[in-house]
Structure formats: C-alpha cells, structure tokens
Design a binder for this molecule. Structure first.
Ligand code: DGL
Length: 262
C-alpha cells in the first residue's frame, strides 16, 4: 500500500510557506498541495458561504487523496472552519493555522503588537478570542489588508512586487505611544512571509515579524505516526488547483517547490 500523503490546503500559493517548513521536518513524507484558487481570495468571502464551500470541498479532497493528516495552511480558513472540519470529519486529524498572538504577547517588550491579516481573519470571533485569552496585557492592533495576499500571488508568479503598495498596506501596523513603539508584527496570513523582505525594507522602523510556519509543521509532525520503511518510488508530490487552470508561471513555481501539477 502506498503511504498516505499530507494534504496542505490554502486559497493560493500562501500555503507553500508552510510546505517548505514541513518538508524540512518531514523529508520522508509525501505531500499533496491543494490551492483553492477558484475561490481566491478567501479574505473577501462572507463567513457562511466560505464555511459551506470549504466543508463541501474537503469531503471531495479526503475522498480523493485519503491523506494521513490535513494542514489548513491558511489563517482565513482556519479561523472560520477548523472546528467545523473536525466535527464533520471526526477521526481525521486537522492542523490549523491561526494568528500567532500568544508568542507575540510573550515576546513583546513595548506591549504594542500588530496582527496583519486578511479582512476575513481580522473580523473573526476566533481571532478576537485569541487576543482576549493571550494578550490582555498588550495593546493589539488588528490590521486587515485587502491587497497583500494578491501582491504575494503576483510576486511569486511574476517576480514583481509593488513596493509602494506594500509600504501602504503595512503602515497601519506601526504605532507609537508615550515613547513606545510597536515591536512585533504577526504575519497572520500564510502569503505574507513571501513579502517579508519588502516589508522590512518599507517598514518605518525594525520589528520582529512572526511567521508561524515552523510551529505548524512541528504540530503536524507531532500528530503523525512514524513512516514505515522508505518512501515508495515514483510517487511525486503534487499540486492541485481547483480552477483547473494552472498557467505556465504557476507550473514553473510549483516545479520549483518540487510539485507536479495535476
Ligand atoms: N493565505 C490565506 C491566509 O493565511 C489567505 C489569502 C486569501 O485571502 O485567500 O489567511
């Protein structure tokens, strides 16, 4: 029997930031990367419609790929449906990606923290609950960006990024209050780590940018039973695009990540 793969799910290329960490920790595992690009951007969806859409899609994905575990490598989806997915598919392990509010609250010195995310993640009750649970002593600003996920998509496909747009999108993250400044920005969208160098360059002052990818990969590893023997030959990692329209640029990008598009 072939080994069951790890399924990684996002609306686009953002989940690749989690895949690259997962590969480091689990080099002997097989991955299926699912980009729900037909529904991109998740950040702009109304909650009930997106919840229904993801639950219906997962019924098909679990059936088709029979994964050992599914990683929802997307904050916008996880903060909305992770509980519903666990309820609907009991017995199948899901790892979610949610804003790294707790580590930010533990690490900040100034007490001024920003959470940079999609408009969807910023609106979620889940996100607000994380802040009241873990960051009561901090001043947390939620910054919803309409454009950054799209800018990251373009950057990864075409190598181009509009730096002035990045500067404008991150500007609201930077607060100054009684001589103190924001010292941590949580990257609460898996697309954003791809733009972190541009963010560093256009930020008004240096901050720590928290990317939870490694922690998510570690969590997935902790839930998996060890691989029994060597990886079967001839089983490449694959990428699936729900639009069915992966163009040349996307194909090349996926190839760079060692994924063959199906
Ligand atoms: N990568 C997704 C996240 O982590 C969101 C991008 C989108 O809006 O579809 O939130």
């Amino acid at each position: 029997m072939t080994e069951q793969p790890i399924l990684m799910f996002d609306s686009g290329v953002g989940g690749l930031t989690v895949l690259r960490e997962a590969r480091v920790l689990m080099p002997d595992r097989r991955f299926v990367y699912v980009a729900d690009d037909a529904a991109f951007p998740f950040g702009a969806w109304e909650e009930p419609a997106l919840r229904t859409h993801i639950l219906e899609l997962f019924a098909k994905l679990l059936d088709r790929f029979v994964p050992a575990i599914s990683v929802i490598a997307c904050n916008t989806a996880s903060t909305l449906v992770i509980d519903a997915l666990r309820e609907r598919f009991p017995g199948h392990p899901f790892v979610g990606t949610v804003p790294a509010v707790k580590p930010a609250a533990e690490r900040t010195r100034s007490g001024l923290v920003s959470v940079l995310a999609t408009p969807g993640t910023v609106k979620r009750q889940y996100t607000r609950d994380l802040i009241s649970k873990w960051a009561q002593k901090c001043h947390v600003r939620l910054v919803g960006s309409d454009r950054l996920a799209g800018l990251a998509e373009v950057y990864m496909r075409e190598g181009f990024v509009d730096e002035e747009a990045v500067r404008a999108e991150i500007a609201p993250c930077f607060m100054e209050n009684e001589g103190l400044r924001t010292d941590i920005v949580v990257l609460a969208c898996t697309h954003y780590p791809f733009l972190v160098n541009r963010m560093r360059k256009t930020a008004p002052w240096p901050v720590d940018w928290i990317d939870p990818a490694e922690a998510i990969a570690r969590r997935a590893l902790s839930l998996l039973p060890p691989v029994d023997g060597a990886l079967p030959q001839g089983e490449p990692d694959i990428a699936v695009f729900t639009s069915g329209k992966a163009d040349f640029a996307v194909g090349r990008l996926m190839q760079g990540f060692g994924l063959s598009v199906r």
